[in-house]
Design a protein around this ligand. Structure first.
Ligand SMILES: C[S@@+](CC[C@H](N)C(=O)[O-])C[C@H]1O[C@@H](n2cnc3c(N)ncnc32)[C@H](O)[C@@H]1O
Length: 382
């Protein structure tokens, strides 16, 4: 059924235009009477996105869906991470989408079921999976109908809800997602032993724990310190504790694990800057484990609202950056010298600081503008 767009001439045209300006291309007439320029541009856009997000699909015969489905897909990197966790005999991905998560997650299962309400999208996925020589049951249904009628039992159910409302604005409450996780959570655990739900990094963890009674774990997943997703695990057996993991993919730094609630009983020690300065990874900042960091690593915090830590002796396996620094006076900053500027709990933004001190961006030295208990301070790497 995708024979026309996959014909040699059209594919050659698509490949020859991978670097073209797509807006300009859309204004042109299609050189092929049997396909529109819009359809051609959709394939070019798909290949462009695939180069960065899912290079495994840069293969002959693959069809790409419209932009919204490309945007909604997980990246190959985060999908691969999930495939290391979800294992068993049968899995159902209830929101298949373009099937990137499903493709990787299914590697550790004998039988994969993909549910998707969008008929055209599921047809594309079924076609691509046959090109990739991968098998699954493709079910074109609303997942609520599937859940109501299903007789199978699964080891895992996976859900990656659509995070856009009808106005295409991003939304971050579980009730606003499609599907509504609050409504289907019980049903999920009636068809599967465990469920994994992918959520936006902007969702609040305490809120999640308050609305999902069967929650057993939370993974905060970043790629190169950019937090990409929150993965929530539900388990039929009620868990006494909720294991939380801060994962930074493509980084040599250690992960950080804790139990939800540990932060409530942790205390920070405070100090003026010592020889080493510690900046935790964004996954830990997202987790809000500010006191736990001080307590677990035995390092001191600069200020209750400054999530920067310090110690005299360098510690091992810190999940974040460690920089040897000294306190300086603003007058000691030399104009035009290149620095990476970090502003945390400081009234000026990096751009304003650059202007004020005439500093250039870059190099491998750091300037941190922040506050300790004594007030505003500037730190320079030595
Ligand atoms: C965020 S995308 C999933 C992306 C996918 N995990 C991937 O990596 O490619 C969500 C998908 O769920 C589908 N969806 C949303 N609500 C649904 C429902 N009630 N029933 C079935 N599918 C639904 C949407 O059509 C969309 O394709």
């Amino acid at each position: 059924m995708f024979k026309t767009i996959l014909s040699k001439e059209i594919q050659n045209y698509i490949n020859a235009n991978l670097q073209s300006d797509l807006h300009a291309l859309l204004l042109k007439k299609s050189p092929f009477p049997e396909v529109s320029m819009q359809e051609i541009v959709q394939q070019i856009k798909g290949k462009q996105v695939a180069q960065k997000k899912f290079p495994f699909l840069l293969k002959e015969g693959i069809i790409f869906p419209p932009q919204l489905s490309l945007e909604q897909s997980s990246s190959e990197k985060t999908a691969m991470y999930k495939s290391g966790i979800l294992k068993g005999e049968k899995i159902v991905d209830l929101t298949s989408g373009f099937g990137i998560d499903a493709y990787y997650i299914s590697k550790n299962f004998q039988h994969t079921f993909l549910v998707e309400q969008n008929t055209d999208l599921l047809e594309i996925v079924a076609h691509n999976w046959s090109v990739l020589d991968k098998k699954a049951d493709f079910i074109n249904q609303k997942l609520e109908d599937f859940l109501a009628r299903n007789k199978e039992h699964f080891d895992w159910a996976y859900v990656d809800p659509a995070r856009r409302d009808t106005h295409k604005n991003k939304v971050f409450l579980l009730e606003d997602l499609s599907p509504n996780i609050i409504e289907i959570q019980e049903k999920l655990l009636s068809i599967a032993d465990k469920a994994a739900i992918k959520l936006s990094p902007l969702i609040d963890l305490k809120y999640l724990v308050s609305v999902l009674p069967q929650i057993s774990g939370i993974d905060i997943i970043a790629v190169k310190n950019d937090v990409k997703e929150i993965l929530v695990f539900l388990s039929r057996q009620s868990s006494e504790s909720i294991n939380c993991r801060c994962i930074n993919l493509e980084s040599a730094e250690s992960d950080f694990n804790f139990q939800f609630g540990d932060e409530e009983n942790a205390y920070s020690e405070f100090s003026e800057p010592e020889k080493f300065i510690y900046i935790p990874n964004n996954t830990l900042l997202k987790a809000g484990v500010f006191n736990l960091i001080s307590e677990k690593f035995n390092i001191k915090k600069l200020h209750p609202n400054t999530h920067i830590y310090t110690s005299d002796q360098q510690i091992e396996n810190f999940p974040g950056r460690i920089i040897e620094m000294e306190g300086i006076d603003g007058k000691q900053i030399r104009k035009k010298e290149p620095y990476n500027i970090i502003s945390k709990n400081y009234p000026l933004k990096p751009e304003e600081i650059k202007k004020k001190y005439g500093i250039k961006d870059g190099g491998n030295k750091y300037l941190i503008f922040t506050q300790s208990l004594k007030g505003k301070i500037i730190l320079k790497s030595v």
